[in-house]
Design a protein around this ligand. Structure first.
Ligand code: HEC
Length: 156
């Protein structure tokens, strides 16, 4: 077998999967096609709804940390603060989990209640779930969040 060729094909495959959807550098608020949203909704129901709620409503008393200091899952609908964060943070939080994402930003030892889903979901699947979440927000919230993405990428 031609090992070099095989490895090359593997890398090309990974790059392709990663490029399906992420990142959207232009910060537009356009939503992806219906198929991607349906995939995102199905993955959300399977992977996220147990904590964040089937209606994206979050857990009760999500503003109060438990006795162990761990937060409850916040809503992903417009009443929560998911939309206060730019795309890159939302993506990292989902892929790497809270503790690792915050540690990468200099906040160490945070007792996070969310694990990383990078072993379970591809980058394209994570993007589809986040797109589904965004599709539930009203247009003005979506454009405010897109602005957050632009500001974060500009480093402010
Ligand atoms: C085991 C419970 C659990 C599951 C399952 C879970 N989360 Fe979370 N999530 C949390 C908790 C708790 C937080 C609050 C922050 C923390 O503890 O780090 C959170 C926070 C987040 C945040 C940051 C939101 C903000 O407003 O700061 C995002 C984004 C997120 N989750 C996305 C997802 C997605 C997408 C899925 C499914 C792929 C998912 N979560 C599955 C528990 C969970």
């Amino acid at each position: 077998m031609n090992r070099a060729l095989f490895t090359g094909a593997g890398i090309a495959g990974v790059v392709l999967v990663g490029a399906t959807f992420w990142p959207r550098q232009d910060g537009t608020t356009d939503l992806p096609d219906a198929e991607t949203l349906a995939l995102g909704a199905a993955l959300y129901a399977e992977t996220c709804a147990s904590c964040h709620g089937t209606e994206l409503e979050g857990q009760p008393n999500w503003r109060q940390p438990g006795p162990d200091g761990i937060l409850s899952a916040p809503p992903h609908d417009a009443t929560g603060h998911t939309w206060h964060h730019g795309d890159d943070l939302l993506f990292a939080y989902t892929k790497y989990g809270g503790a690792e994402t915050l540690a990468a930003r200099g906040v160490n030892g945070f007792a996070s209640g969310i694990p990383g889903f990078g072993d379970q979901l591809t980058d394209g699947q994570i993007s589809a779930v986040l797109s589904f979440i965004k599709s539930t927000w009203p247009e003005d919230i979506r454009s405010q969040q897109a602005e957050r993405t632009r500001m974060e990428r500009a480093g402010s």
